[in-house]
Design a protein. Structure first.
Length: 805
């Protein structure tokens, strides 16, 4: 790939250059190692510089740049080609800077490929500290103060800079992407603003996220540079916090952008650095308050609504707020809350990447809290759908009976005066039930369609192919629910036609019962299997079906041709190509046998039949089984508690489904109950200062072991403190006593001991004894004690959490 900061030149083999062409002289010095010849060229450059300076027109042209070299100035070329290891090269740069300081500000504005690039940009990309200092020191005079500020804010927007460090555009952001700490500090000393943005409103941290997405191998360097800026650089503390909270285009925070680009490590660092506040530290617990207002969009809306209501009720509240007066643009920006929620963005990612974000303690805790609220809607909706489907099934059975009686050959049987349904109901009651339920079905279908229409109008949940193909998202369920509703409405309208045979009702019945997958995916023991089924249907079987259909058409045509002709004694079905297709498909599945011995050429058709059996039944079906097995392995790999991750992601999907169908105000009210409203001292982008702000937070208590490794889970659920015990005991531990009741005062010292032994009569490793023992703490366990089958978890107050088995 061509270096975007350096124009590649072929080596000039000529020993004599045009002494009136400064560009050719600069290029010759860069390609020559003969110092005497270079000194002669430098003297020629000095003479040309003096002559150009005396001629205003020549000076104007050289400052604009030569069109023949894509509007480069001699200083651009020198910065690009010189390695500055030769004395002559430094002298050329110094004389150009001294005589033409305006050349430092030349930005190649007429070049589409390199528009906005100054010599300072090139010097930063090359990482040459001497060159950067030389250029910026030349602008450090009172006459060029404004020029220096302009140079440090110059945006390089050329097409050639796409997907390189130059996409950051401004010098300080480019220096940050090169991960050159010394150069970064140098630019700060020269007055570069740390909160500068490029033409896309990308701050330094936004550029970090995009660059890590483009070049994943650079992620360790980027994380190290982020840590340096936040912890070691000379940037003031207020600017550090502002840098992490800046929004892109006033709409997308760094957290949202990190999720969109799948950068979970950057997300975790920003979350811990800018959104985490240490509330208390008592040796055993670090109580942290995480600001989750920017994580859940409904929390941000709820907070804005509450502040607006408070401002109306108490005018002095809004007057007491410091900050600039709001303009109409500000009001429009605040009122337009169309930013995508982090939770919505997660379903545009690969499931393994989404799991990485789910492992973040605040997100995991917020999902759990919201699920406790939304399951109060989830289970009633499940019950309603179950009752509705049972009644719809009863209705379908009764309608099938009516069709059977209508088409009955026995006229006397169909003309009985007291017809009974198969459920023992009188015919009049049966007809009343069918009519009433048909009307109810239309009403239910209209409600489903209205909810989906409101989602689309309000843009609450994206509806695209990515959402449909994602087995964890709601796209497929929403599409099937719309199809279910349309089938019910179409069935109601077609019922009045005498020739209608309930085909739409058949579609509705099948979709309605399969829609139970939506409900069982939120159940712990079934969640993983629903993910597996959807993943296999969407990816494995879809690809398998393409090849199978090609084989079907090939072998079907062969069978159709071989089973024709007078000598052949075949079934009437083989006279039709389409019916032959059905028979061939059944034969592929092994539930039908082609009449090979009734054909004109039994040997040939046997060869074709065996070939189909080998390719389809043996090869393709076994390949499908292998692929499905591999899919299952992938879904169960890479994470310690993978089934828990599947469950939480499915529950989050259900939560978003219900949120999107609720009125905004009600959804915001529910979201506000999932987090705690609290005052926090943090940075306010509106006032550009730190102050006490009302935010929504979740509390996470960190229990640290002897090696200072934190288990960041709330002590409100005892099982979260002991993730490994879930596997040891073979069942969840949430039914055990909570931590507070188990250990009492957490400032004291407790011993949690479980003795168990394996039953000789049962080889499955199930424990037959479980005891809780409280006693004095032990700092270690001897090998003898380890072999006795005793699990001891010590909880001393000296900030340690050790476990021995």
């Amino acid at each position: 790939m061509e270096d975007v900061t350096t124009r590649q030149w072929s080596t000039d083999t000529q020993t004599v250059e045009d002494e009136n062409d400064i560009y050719e002289l600069v290029r010759a010095i860069a390609t020559s190692n003969m110092e005497n010849a270079n000194m002669t060229r430098f003297q020629a450059i000095s003479k040309l510089v003096h002559d150009i300076k005396m001629n205003d027109e020549s000076k104007r042209l050289i400052l604009k740049g030569n069109q023949m070299v894509d509007y480069q100035t001699p200083l651009h070329m020198a910065c690009s080609l010189f390695y500055l290891e030769k004395p002559t090269e430094k002298k050329v740069v110094e004389i150009l800077v001294a005589e033409f300081p305006d050349m430092i500000l030349s930005n190649r504005e007429d070049s589409d490929m390199y528009r906005g690039q100054t010599p300072v940009h090139i010097a930063i990309c090359r990482g040459n500290m001497w060159l950067v200092d030389t250029l910026l020191n030349a602008l450090s005079t009172p006459d060029f103060h404004d020029g220096k500020v302009k140079c440090l804010e110059q945006r390089a927007t050329g097409l050639k800079f796409k997907n390189t460090v130059m996409f950051a555009e401004i010098p300080l952001s480019i220096a940050a992407l090169t991960c050159n700490k010394e150069l970064f500090e140098n630019l700060l000393q020269h007055g570069a603003k740390v909160d500068g943005v490029n033409s896309q409103s990308d701050s330094i941290y936004h550029c970090f996220i995009i660059y890590a997405y483009l070049y994943p191998e650079k992620l360790p360097n980027i994380l190290d540079m982020m840590k340096y800026i936040h912890e070691e650089s000379k940037v003031d503390e207020t600017s550090k916090k502002k840098l992490m909270l800046m929004e892109r285009m006033g709409r997308e925070t760094t957290l949202q952008m990190a999720v969109r680009y799948g950068q979970h490590k950057i997300f975790a660092y920003i979350l811990e650095s800018a959104y985490c506040h240490l509330s208390n530290k008592d040796g055993l617990f670090d109580i942290k308050m995480y600001d989750v207002t920017d994580i859940d969009l409904n929390l941000a809306r709820a907070l804005r609504r509450e502040n607006a209501e408070l401002s109306v009720a108490c005018p002095e509240y809004s007057q007491s707020k410091k900050g600039p007066t709001k303009t109409k643009a500000d009001s429009d920006t605040e009122g337009n809350i169309s930013k995508t929620s982090i939770f919505d963005i997660m379903f545009d990612l690969n499931y393994t990447t989404a799991f990485e974000f789910l492992q973040q303690a605040p997100i995991h805790r917020l999902i759990l809290q919201k699920w406790t609220l939304y399951r109060l809607m989830f289970y009633p909706f499940w019950i309603f759908h179950a009752i509705f489907m049972i009644l719809l099934t009863v209705s379908a059975v009764e309608r099938a009976r009516i069709v059977r009686e209508r088409d009955a050959i026995n006229i006397e049987e169909s003309n009985t005066t007291a017809k009974q349904s198969i459920w023992g109901l009188n015919e009049k009651l049966d007809n009343l039930f069918l009519t009433t339920f048909a009307i109810i079905s239309v009403i239910v279908a209209c409600i489903h369609l209205a909810q989906e229409a409101m989602r689309i109008i309000n843009k609450k949940m994206p509806f695209n192919m990515t959402q449909i193909l994602n087995p964890y998202a709601n796209g497929a369920f929403r599409f099937s629910l719309v199809l279910f509703a349309l089938s019910l409405i179409g069935d109601f309208g077609a019922t009045w036609s005498p020739s209608y045979e309930d085909y739409l009702l058949l579609v509705a019945i099948m979709i309605g019962w399969l829609w139970f997958l939506f409900f069982i995916r939120a159940i712990r023991r079934l969640s993983f299997f629903t993910s597996l089924i959807q993943r296999i249907l969407i990816s494995d079987i879809a690809r398998f079906a393409v090849i199978v259909f090609l084989e079907l058409f090939a072998f079907n045509t062969a069978f159709f041709m071989l089973l024709q002709g007078p000598p052949a004694k075949i079934e009437p079905a083989f006279n039709s190509w389409w019916q032959t297709t059905i028979k061939t498909g059944l034969a592929m599945l092994g539930i039908y046998e082609i009449p090979v011995f009734d054909a004109k050429q039994p040997v040939i058709i046997c060869i074709v039949y065996v070939s189909m059996f080998i390719l389809t039944t043996i090869l393709m079906l076994n390949a499908l089984i292998a692929v499905m097995s591999n899919t299952c392995t992938e879904l169960l790999s890479n994470f310690q508690d993978i089934k828990e991750m599947h469950l939480r992601l499915q529950q989050l999907s259900v939560i978003l489904f219900f949120e999107s169908m609720l009125p905004s105000k009600f959804a915001e009210k529910l979201a506000s109950k999932a987090a705690k409203r609290d005052k926090m001292f943090c940075f306010d982008l509106r006032t550009d200062s730190e102050c006490n702000l009302t935010r929504y937070v979740v509390q996470i208590d960190s229990v640290r072991d002897a090696e200072n490794v934190s288990y960041q889970e709330s002590r409100e659920e005892g099982h979260d403190f002991f993730p490994n015990l879930d596997r040891i005991f073979g069942r969840r531990i949430e039914n055990q006593p909570k931590f507070s009741s188990m250990f009492g005062n957490r400032d004291g010292m407790a011993l949690f001991s479980k003795n168990f032994s394996r039953s000789p009569a049962r080889g499955n490793g199930q424990m037959n004894e479980l005891k809780h023992i409280s006693g004095s703490a032990k700092s270690s366990t001897s090998p003898t004690e380890q072999s006795s089958g005793t699990i001891e978890i010590m909880m001393p107050s000296a900030s340690s959490f050790s476990s021995t088995v």
